[in-house]
Ligand binder design. Sequence first.
Ligand code: HAM
Length: 424
Amino acid sequence: MTSGVQPIRGMNDVLPADIGLWQHLEATLRELVAMYGYDEIRVPVVEHTELFKRSIGEYTDIVEKEMYTFSDQGGDSLTLRPEATAGIARAAISNGLLRGQKHKLWCIGPMFRHERPQKGRYRQFHQFDVEALGYEGPDVDAEMIVMIGRLWRMLGVTRVRLQVNSLGTPASRAAYREELVRYFRGHEAALDADSRRRLGGNPLRILDSKNPDMQAIVAGAPLILDHLDPESRAHFAALKSALRATGIDYTVNPRLVRGLDYYSRTVFEWTTDALGAQDAVCSGGRYDGLIAQLGGESTPAIGFAMGIERVVELLRGAGVVPVARAPDVYIVAPGERAAAAGLALAERLREALPQRRIAFGLGGGNFKAQFRRADRSGARLALVLGDSEMDRGVVAIKHLRRDAEQIECPVAEAHARLAAVLEE
Ligand code: HAM
């Protein structure tokens, strides 16, 4: 293969065989957000690089090493969005959507991160993203989590569990951070290279370390939940009691810190044991400071994003079978005269039976060849129009999936007969 037609590593095609699962998931997501009163928003796939640096944070993995950044012809530094929250916050500010108003928004689309590709982790991946702007919570925090719980039920997904934590306010987090740095400095010799690097910029991320050698040190680290300010503590308590009241199972994970810097108070993550190392299927949290930090008026907000590829994998694992896309009727019309009449007939049938999938035997060929294609298409019925049918002004309807008598009817009645046979 020449390099021009090689796919980019970590960027996938979604082929027709898989699209049914994607569409099933997307349709269910749309149904879900409608139930909860969220409106769709569509924002660009590229933004100024600065936006992501300022919102996600300079010392995060995403900004340090995963962004697809380039200069455009005008010399501006642009970045393919690695996530949707920053762009939506930007859109709310630049379109004057705030001014004390509230917005419940969602979007779906591709995101880009230059990570090491593996199962469930891609360089172009898709997120379903939901954001509630202007809501202080904790009621909306709880409702959002309950909404995701409902989605799992609607989809029949069971192998997911929820972890929650609170990161407090920027002030309480700063105090905690100092204490954490003090603790890790006391164990600096035992830290791995990654953690030593994080100590200066983003020490909370050390808590997220996957290195088994680090587990003992991490286990002894001070906990953020012991350092919450009173309001954040009350917020978290109210969230937990709302979750209990709605019957959602959760675990408090005091080491859940998230990989983006904009969070405050509530953070949460749904993980699964069904996908191997890439176990996070849906993650989010509150970001009360972000909009002000980007220059908008101070607006509390919370949101989450779900990895579509990962949920599609869960659906496949749970045995969800996409709706069959086979045609209902395949028109077999060999010979020039019949082919021309058949093409026109196919159009009339599509007009009369818009809910049905009508395939016309494109590419010609004799009876045998066309029947073979009709059979391979998975169609239920063949509508046969040969020279003999043409001469008599009739069509034949033949079952392809079961033994049954062939029917003949006048061409003008074809749509009515087909409708009746397909209803059987
Ligand atoms: P995130 O945790 O970076 O959060 O990503 C959210 C979800 O996207 C993950 O839980 C995972 O399912 C999926 N995901 C992330 N990276 C990849 C990848 N390389 N390949 C496949 N799936 C991936 C955010 O992006 C925040 N913007 C979420 C949020 C919204 N917080 C508030 N509002």
